[in-house]
Write a protein of this length. Structure first.
Length: 346
């Protein structure tokens, strides 16, 4: 991987150094790919030997603990990619996540840096993703019919590394007894009921409910929304709420990402949701009972992605959608007669 197009250079000394570096990866393919991706950007004649003698040689060579070797590649990442990679520890091991989901979540947290006004956040996020993929931080890629990456996973060892570098800042909850006061990003994947005890952590910026069949009462929702005033990303998909509490629009003023998809009980969204003026992504796909969108949806001036696939009960589209000048994705458009036509990108 470190050699262009898989070709070894004619310089035998470089080949020798390369083979010694491979040997120090103790035969672990992930380590070889990761270090290879790192060396690809280095000059073989001036930097490979220095890397091997000054950095790689300091790492204990133990096939049962390859994390220190993998961390060498992480340490060389620019700061914006470091936080994007660490954020992935929110997802459980062996989780298959969408590229678009990662990018939208990175956008919500302000991880994506725009250097000029002609760049789109999504395009930069795509570049971040592909950079991490190239460096072997992601694997098991799935592509669409055009060959574009749409899904991937993280190797278990990479997940261990992400968890290690994230520290207490990011937590995947397996109990509800304690959340560190330093924690800013939380995912829940292992227990069925979300209780008000979660609301004691007031600085949370991400809350992802990843387990199907989780339940949350209206009072719990209100308590959490009242406490999480700095929340930027909220994933409540598959939660099967009877309705979305009005407090979501009044309490979560900083919310940029909201996923309510796969809820067959929601019939209507509260009008208060149009108070979320920073909202960039609204996911409502497979809300099969949803009959209407908020009439004042045009107030969501920063909305970029509105996903309403398989919302077959939708009767019409609200006026003012054309005034959402930042809108890039509208997955369906409902004609008043009730027929539905797919529109992928506006």
């Amino acid at each position: 991987m470190a050699f262009e197009e898989g070709k070894e250079p004619e310089n035998t000394s470089i080949v020798k150094i390369g083979r010694e570096i491979v040997a120090k990866c103790v035969g672990v393919p992930l380590a070889i790919r990761t270090i290879g991706g790192l060396l690809y950007f280095k000059n073989p004649e001036t930097e490979w030997l220095s890397f091997m003698t000054n950095e790689l040689s300091r790492i204990p060579q133990n096939e049962n603990d390859i994390i220190p070797t993998l961390k060498l590649s992480y340490d060389k990442l620019p700061s914006h990619l470091k936080q994007c990679f660490a954020y992935c520890s929110l997802f459980p091991k062996n989780y298959e996540f969408k590229k678009s989901t990662l990018i939208y979540l990175w956008m919500a947290q302000g991880f994506i840096l725009v250097s000029n006004q002609h760049q789109e956040l999504e395009d930069i996020g795509h570049d971040y993703f592909m950079d991490l993929l190239w460096r072997s931080f992601f694997q098991e890629v799935k592509v669409d019919e055009s060959g574009d990456v749409i899904r991937c996973k993280m190797h278990d060892l990479m997940h261990d590394l992400a968890t290690s570098v994230a520290g207490s800042l990011i937590t995947t909850l397996d109990s509800i007894d304690f959340i560190d006061e330093k924690t800013r990003h939380v995912s829940i994947d292992s227990f069925p009921v979300v209780t008000t005890s979660l609301s004691t952590s007031t600085r949370i910026r991400t809350l992802l409910l990843l387990r199907e069949g989780l339940s949350m009462t209206e009072s719990t929702c209100d308590a959490i929304f009242s406490s999480f005033q700095f929340l930027r990303a909220l994933d409540l998909k598959d939660l099967e709420l009877d309705f979305v509490p009005t407090s979501i629009g009044y309490k979560l003023k900083h919310l940029r990402y909201l996923d309510l998809s796969h809820d067959n009980r929601i019939i209507k969204l509260p009008d208060s949701i149009t108070s979320l003026q920073y909202l960039q992504t609204l996911r409502l796909s497979f809300c099969r009972s949803l009959e209407e969108l908020p009439s004042d949806i045009k107030k969501l001036v920063n909305l970029r992605h509105l996903e309403i696939d398989v919302c077959n009960a939708l009767k019409y589209m609200p006026r003012g959608l054309g005034e959402l000048t930042n809108l890039q994705t509208l997955s369906q458009f409902v004609i008043p007669s009730g027929s539905v036509s797919r529109i992928v990108v506006i």
